[in-house]
Every structure is written in C-alpha cells, then in structure tokens.
Design a protein around this ligand. Structure first.
Ligand code: ZN
Length: 192
C-alpha cells in the first residue's frame, strides 16, 4: 500500500474516534441547501461556507459545471432530501480554463499518462498509449468564470426538473483571498 493510502486510513481512525453524536445525524441536510462547485483541491466548502456534517449537500466535479450528472444530484437533493436553495460556485485560476476540448482530446489520443503544462500550454510527455474515447466527451471547459457560472445557473434555473421556487445563486470563489464574489448576472438569472 502507498504512503497516501496509509495516511488516509490513519486519519480516518482518528476521525472516527470522536464521532460522537454524528452517529445520530438524519440523512436530509439540516440547513436545507446544496452547493455545486469545482473539485479543485484548494476549495474546501466545509470551511469556506461554514458547514458541519449533516448541514448541506456538496456536489463537485471538474469546474463545478451544471452537467447532466450534477443536475441529477441537485434534483435528488431537492426532490427526496428537501434542499431548497442552491449555490453554483466556480473559482478563479480554475484548471478548466487551461484547455479546450480539442486540446484534451489530442492529449488523450497521445497517452493516458499525466501531461505537463508550460508557457506554451499543455504538452504530452506520456509513455503509455492513448485513446480516442476522449473525442466523445464534452469536457465542459471554461473560457470566462463569470460567463460559465451564469450559463450554469441559467441551465439549472431553466431545467424542467428544477422547480421555479428554488433560488440558485452564482458565485466565484477567489483562490487568492478565500472570498466568495457575487456574479450579478448569475444571481439575476437564478432568481425565483
Ligand atoms: Zn476548478
């Protein structure tokens, strides 16, 4: 087993030692809201949004995009578990701004190994073979954070499975300050 594997299990043992009343938490989020955000390792929604276990749903993917699967989770979050306000939070310096579908597809066709980014953009240095399966995936890349968060709030807002009385807020998390910055066009689009 790897060092990371062992560290994770050790941390978990420590966490479970003081589990206490968390064993009694109900499944529906106590504060009845959900956050859709990016998987970026610098973002910790529990910390930046003040969440404790049992408080809220946090749905994460690359970019915090309103993909079909993110919408699936949000619909379950409301329909079965009672959340009734949602935040869509993209962030500054997102990796999804560093490539396009074409770039990702070309990298994957060359090799599945981790690529490298330099001043000229992404470059493949992999040894293992690649695959053209990436051609069939919409990677949901981002050109402009305010635009992407607004587009995603609009998509959630206008989705036929999303009820019109669930407000959807659009924010950009600033990785330099930890602040959530309001995106007025997104917030307007997400109004009930
Ligand atoms: Zn990101």
């Amino acid at each position: 087993m790897t060092k990371v594997h062992d560290e994770v299990l050790a941390a978990n043992q420590n966490y479970a030692k003081d589990f206490g009343d968390k064993a009694k938490l109900p499944m529906p989020p106590a504060r009845r809201f959900a956050i859709l955000t990016c998987m970026d390792a610098r973002l910790d929604p529990a910390k930046f949004a003040g969440l404790a276990e049992g408080d809220a749903h946090v749905i994460r993917n690359a970019g915090g995009r309103a993909s079909d699967d993110a919408i699936r989770s949000l619909v379950i979050s409301h329909k079965l578990l009672g959340t009734n306000e949602w935040f869509v939070i993209h962030h500054t310096d997102c990796g999804m701004e560093t490539f396009t579908d074409e770039v990702m597809r070309a990298l994957l066709r060359q090799s599945l190994d981790t690529a490298q980014i330099g001043p000229g953009g992404w470059k493949d240095v992999g040894k293992v073979p690649g695959s053209s399966e990436g051609d069939f995936i919409d990677w949901l890349t981002i050109k402009d954070q305010a635009e992407s968060v607004t587009a995603d709030v609009k998509r959630v807002r206008s989705h036929p499975l999303v009820p019109s009385d669930v407000p959807v807020y659009g924010y950009i998390y600033d990785v330099k300050s930890g602040m959530l910055i309001d995106v007025p066009a997104a917030t307007k689009a997400g109004r009930v």
